[in-house]
Write a protein that binds this ligand. Structure first.
Ligand SMILES: Cc1cc2nc3c(=O)[nH]c(=O)nc-3n(C[C@H](O)[C@H](O)[C@H](O)COP(=O)(O)O)c2cc1C
Length: 209
């Protein structure tokens, strides 16, 4: 079932999977089936990548099927995130291989490409009635130690995967944030046709987009 909570209102029409994607903190206890997880990570792996390196790796911890991994990922999160993340059914740790396999040189685009893969996964999640919530609030050192991740891999993010639940289940400040309107910068502040804006604060409201 589509999650129609806090759908993003945009200046121009885009795919509903983009406007319906959001980062919930409230989840139902419904487990995420293996097939759904396989589809999510297949979507991640379909992303473009520099030199076709596919630098993304994901460690998955599911309360239902891999509870020890779930607890390890949870344990690496900042306390604020742990308070709500513990209710999610699945956690994933996104990791980037920092060198190219074909020549061993540093891959400066590794984190970029892991981000693209995760964004794909987030959109596929919407299609399956799921949502994810990405987090930077975690200890990379703790996560690396918990899973013995080799030195040439960087830890990029941790994210929840689950079916969104009612905001009422959250404590007060989080409840409000869950339902606060989602907004974005106007297009004129992020898209500059023809060059970098020469006047500070200049808006390209008249640009053809
Ligand atoms: C890389 C990244 C790191 C984030 N870190 C956290 C975090 O540690 N804790 C948290 O509650 N939300 C975190 N967020 C969620 C953002 O706050 C959220 O995506 C943003 O407010 C936009 O909301 P939306 O995803 O619902 O559109 C993070 C998102 C991204 C992409």
């Amino acid at each position: 079932m589509a999650d129609l909570t806090n759908v993003l209102q945009t200046e121009h029409p885009i795919l509903p999977q983009f406007t319906q994607r959001r980062s919930p903190r409230a989840y139902t206890a419904q487990p995420v089936a293996a097939e759904a997880l396989q589809r999510l990570f297949t979507a991640a792996g379909s992303a473009a990548s520099c030199f076709g390196e596919q630098p993304w790796r994901f460690i998955v911890g599911s309360k239902a099927t891999s509870p020890e991994a779930f607890e390890k990922i949870l344990g690496a999160l900042a306390p604020f995130n742990q308070t709500w993340v513990k209710e999610a059914p699945v956690l994933a740790l996104a990791v980037a291989k920092t060198t190219f396999s074909h020549d061993g040189n540093p891959n400066a685009w590794a984190r970029h490409d892991v981000g693209q893969a995760t964004a794909n996964l987030a959109v596929q999640a919407v299609e399956l009635g799921l949502q994810i919530h990405q987090m930077a609030g975690f200890s990379p050192d703790a996560a690396r130690a918990a899973f013995a991740i080799p030195a040439d891999f960087e830890l990029v993010s941790i994210f929840t995967i689950g079916y969104p639940g009612p905001a009422d289940a959250l404590p007060d400040p989080l409840k409000e944030r869950e339902t606060a309107p989602r907004t974005r910068k106007p297009l004129g502040e992020i898209m500059f046709e023809g060059g970098w804006p020469s006047v500070q604060g200049e808006r390209y409201d008249q640009a053809k987009v």
